[in-house]
Unconditional design. Sequence first.
Length: 297
Amino acid sequence: MSAPQIDAGKLGGQLEAIVHKRISTNTLVLPSLPTVALKCLNLLRSPNFAIKDAAAIVEKDPLLAAQVLRVANSAALATREPAKTILAALGRLGLDKLRTVLVEASAHKVFESKDQRIAGACRGVWEHSLAVASLARDILALGGGAGEPDVAYLAGLLHDIGKPVVAALLLEAERMSSGGFSAHKGGWIESGAWISVIQSTHRKVGVALAEKWELPEAVVKAIRDCGDYDAADRGCAANTVRFANAVAKREGLYVGPVDHDDNGALIMVGSSLLGFDEDFLKRVCQGLKDRMRELAA
């Protein structure tokens, strides 16, 4: 007996409606911050914050501790004497940079998947997110924009974080589907519909996740608004992230097809809006791929 035919477009629409409904009713299961990161971020919000208390928390997670040391001793922050303890590393990082490291380490876990069908794609999306984050920060820092580079970095890092969350939701729906769906040759839903659902829902999921993690409102707003340029607020983080996203695609740091004509137009509009020329972009992009390989390692 042959498997029933599936209307991929109809199924995709149903799945999209389910995702939007779960977001609106606050019933979408979102990844929580790892315990150590949560404790440390909560501590940073305390008016009686003490750096030694943060160091004691970070030291309980060897992987996070190694990340903190790596960033503190990176070329951007390095001094003649490398930081050898977590306490010294945190003193060098400062509160804003520590917050960024904690969120970055937590976000990286969201992009990991045990399912081989999406594991490779998730790695590619993570590398793209790192590229957008790095570009957004450097564009603001080097271009003299009024925004905060750390806000732009976090927004760039998280602008696609909804994609692995939606992909995981689709996999769970597949596991719960009827035998007819799971027996359908090539999978229960064709790849075009799968991608369409992710593309149409991931931004709202990313915003919901940023709000759950209690990230600064400036970061949440930048994630929410980076789908379009805002001519009324030229220097906002959302514009920077949208521009950085297009530049990363042009540099080949993206998973999936790219409409190069459309992407080129986004870069042209963004360059005009933000006041950048091609020479500036070349400086910002210099060595970008090498930096991304090091960060993603």
